[in-house]
Design a protein around this ligand. Structure first.
Ligand code: PLP
Length: 459
């Protein structure tokens, strides 16, 4: 492999360094420094290549982010040119050209009047900043008691203290102190948790619960509703049709800010720049984004907020206020240059149209797994989908034995050349958006074998 990008790499040194010094974002502490994740030497298109030169399909697109795939020269060139031209500028005192241009280009593709853009360093800081904006907004409007945030069980919004407290998966809370009295959880829009109800009945129940929750807290105290269009890390949970529009209407009635967390769904994952309006039928007040904005090449996140909200706290309505949410790396010129190049590639290669085309094939492929042993449910939207497995699929309850199934399938798939993202008993696929129909067939074929091998293990 002398011509390959990983040729000069000493895998032994990397393994020793990682075992002695790395603390990854997800560690089983009892085994710290003992077990080792597979080493990846380099990436190419939809593949990562391991230390032995084995090509593996990146089924989850990294962490739902490598939209245009690995090794794109356009992004590397844009990053290199910007680093040489202007590697940094203080977003407090000066403005750089890539961030101003990127703000305009994002505003051009957001729904409604979401035309003011704030840049952060990733998804957690994007959501954190959006929530802090709602605090700022209500304080300037003289409503200091309107601070409560309503979120959903099974949602995921990040790993800052505030965003972790808004995340409804208890797994993320283990051994951290992050409960907050001003956050209230309502039900996940997961119809599997409402056996016997039709989609329409379930939707009515969810909306009623939202209204009751607001009434209980007091609408003068509720600042924001925060929701992913589909709950990604919660297990690709797709809400009943019309859910977001119904919830938004209730928000409007009570002057509650609707924040759509599009950290996963934006930048093409569902075949649109943003999924809120065109896929899920809602125009939010604020949208957060990250991940796909740079296809994962460099860190960047942010939020876009409605001009209507901004007008209420700026100009003659500012009441002497000063917006201060200071990140050293806000509007980072190199990150913004990468994002502009990424948007250019998405446009030039027709990636949104491509996703809309191959998504049908992806959905058919995933649904073809329905009859396999232990497959209890298939959920899919655009190029994000999952297979939910249960040891006994006739009982919807998820046991500890079920929770090991995803890991088993993942291990078999990895040996066969596919990364999947196991979330307990759920296996997620959200491949790079450039994936072809033939590669989708290959990916689904491996997943099929992985499921059959995991089923054989249970016998
Ligand atoms: N919001 C959603 C919907 C996410 O899925 C994630 C990460 O997966 C985040 C926020 C946090 O983003 P980051 O990991 O870039 O901080």
């Amino acid at each position: 492999m002398s011509d390959t990008p990983g040729a000069q790499w000493n895998a032994g040194d990397t393994e020793a360094d990682a075992k002695s010094h790395l603390l990854s974002p997800s560690e089983e502490m009892a085994k710290l420094g003992q077990s080792m994740r597979p080493l990846i030497a380099y990436g190419e298109g939809i593949h990562v290549v391991d230390a032995h030169g084995r090509r593996i399909i990146d089924g989850p697109a990294g962490m739902w982010c490598t939209q245009i795939g690995y090794g794109r020269k356009e992004i590397a060139d844009a990053v290199s040119a910007q680093a040489l031209k202007l590697s940094y500028n203080s977003p407090w005192y000066t403005t750089n050209s890539p961030s101003a241009e990127l703000a305009r280009r994002i505003a051009e593709v957001t729904p409604g009047d979401l035309n003011r853009v704030f840049f952060t360093t990733g998804g957690s800081t994007a959501v954190d900043s959006a929530l802090r904006f709602t605090e700022f907004y209500n304080n300037v409007l003289g409503r200091p008691e309107k601070k409560h945030i309503i979120v959903r069980r099974e949602g995921y919004h990040g790993s800052t203290s505030l965003t972790a407290a808004c995340s409804g998966r208890s797994f993320n809370w283990q051994n951290f102190d992050i409960a907050s009295p001003r956050i209230t959880f309502i039900s996940s829009p997961n119809i599997r948790q409402a056996p016997g109800l039709s989609e329409a009945q379930f939707l009515d129940q969810l909306v009623r619960e939202f209204e009751d929750t607001i009434a209980k807290i007091g609408s003068d105290k509720v600042a924001a509703f925060l929701a992913e269009p589909l709950l990604a890390s919660g297990g690709v949970i797709i809400p009943p049709k019309g859910y977001h529009a119904r919830i938004k209407a209730v928000c409007e009635e009570h002057d509650i800010i609707y924040i759509s967390d599009e950290v996963v769904t934006a930048f093409g994952r569902c075949g649109e720049w943003f999924a809120s309006e065109k896929v899920f039928g809602v125009v939010p007040d604020i949208i957060t984004f990250a991940k796909g904005v740079t296809s994962g090449y460099v860190p960047l996140g942010g939020f876009a907020v409605s001009e209507r909200l901004i007008a209420k706290v700026s100009g003659e309505n500012a009441k002497g206020s000063y917006y201060s949410n200071g990140y050293t790396y806000s509007s980072h010129p190199v990150s913004c240059a990468a994002a502009l190049a990424n948007m250019d590639v998405i446009e030039k290669d027709g990636i949104l149209e491509h996703v809309r085309d191959v998504a049908v094939h992806f959905a058919e492929g995933l649904r073809s797994l329905k009859g396999l042993p232990h497959v209890a449910d298939i959920r899919v939207e655009g190029l994000v989908g999952c297979v939910e497995c249960l040891v006994d699929p006739s009982s919807p309850e998820v046991t500890d034995r079920d929770k090991k199934l995803g890991g088993r399938i993942d291990t078999h798939c990895f040996d066969l050349g596919l990364l999947v993202r196991p979330l307990g008993n759920i296996c997620v696929l959200s491949p790079p958006l450039i994936i072809t129909k033939a590669e989708i067939d290959q990916m689904i074929g491996i997943l099929r074998q992985g499921i059959l091998k995991a089923a054989a293990d249970l016998k």
